[in-house]
Design a protein around this ligand. Structure first.
Ligand SMILES: C[S@@+](CC[C@H](N)C(=O)[O-])C[C@H]1O[C@@H](n2cnc3c(N)ncnc32)[C@H](O)[C@@H]1O
Length: 259
């Protein structure tokens, strides 16, 4: 299980997320916006907003946006970015994905990007999203997935060694099952591959040298199905250079009846 909380992990690395191109302008963001189809009258909520890159992109297109996160250090950076970009219709407040601090039916659009793999209680998160959505509201999620259940163990060790606040990387089938149980209707999805440079990826999480060495070793020992599915790239010395992380982007809509 995790030895470091998301709050500690992200407070410690907040400045890196504020400037990260992967988070500020990574390819899942335009896809999320495309599936969300924001309109001016939307009241929107961004869950686990981090330094606010998704919330700020949505805020440009809608009436009001609120970003929530459990890490105050990340929210501080989000407020700074909003001020820098002169965006005044976006507020950032502390709050948990599993206990969203708003009443029922308050939002027409909810988003959550690059974060649900940190949540310990994903069923609670999905129920909470459904609860705060207005009737027929949309929820668009973008999160990294495991390409197949057969590589779970390898991927979770890879991710958790690098960032101990990583909890679980689900498959598409698991997301479908969880969303159905929560009363969210799966409307459409796209898978967006991210090619991540290993050296950038470990720096982003503030990894110590000993952690980097464990990851290099884990990559060198990766079985063939993992090498193929993650498109692991190695240099001439055999050290890992890069890999691909598939990002699932899904549009859900609220089912009309409670189930
Ligand atoms: C990679 S960052 C999010 C990036 C951001 N959504 C974006 O688009 O740039 C992951 C965030 O999830 C937050 N987080 C993790 N678990 C959470 C939870 N249970 N409730 C709310 N926020 C959480 C972390 O504090 C962190 O800020």
């Amino acid at each position: 299980m995790t030895s470091r909380s998301s709050k500690d992990q992200f407070n410690a690395n907040a400045d890196k997320y504020a400037t990260s191109d992967v988070h500020r302008a990574g390819p899942s963001l335009p896809v999320l916006l495309k599936l969300a189809r924001p309109v001016q009258s939307d009241q929107s909520l961004d869950v686990a907003t981090g330094t606010g890159h998704t919330a700020l992109a949505v805020a440009r297109l809608v009436e009001n946006t609120i970003g929530i996160d459990i890490a105050p250090g990340m929210l501080e950076q989000a407020r700074r970015l909003a001020a820098e970009q002169a965006i005044s219709n976006c507020a950032f407040i502390e709050g948990s994905a599993e206990k969203i601090p708003f009443g029922d039916g308050q939002f027409t659009l909810v988003t959550a990007r690059h974060a649900p793999h940190h949540f310990h209680h994903v069923a609670d998160f999905l129920w909470e999203v459904r609860r705060v959505l207005a009737p027929h509201g949309r929820f668009v999620m973008a999160d990294q997935i495991s390409a197949s259940a057969g590589i779970f163990d390898w991927v979770d060790k890879w991710e958790r060694t690098r960032d101990p606040s990583h909890f679980m990387q689900r498959t598409v089938e698991q997301w479908r099952e969880e969303a159905t149980k929560a009363g969210l209707r799966w409307i459409e999805d796209l898978i967006v591959p991210y090619r991540l440079e290993f050296d950038w990826w470990v720096k982003q999480a503030g990894c110590a040298e000993s952690v980097v060495s464990s990851l290099v070793e884990h990559a060198a020992e990766a079985p063939q199905p993992v090498r193929d599915l993650l498109c692991l790239e190695f240099g001439s010395t055999g050290r890992v250079l890069a890999f691909q992380e598939p990002m699932l982007v899904v549009r859900f809509e609220q089912e009309r009846k409670r189930i």
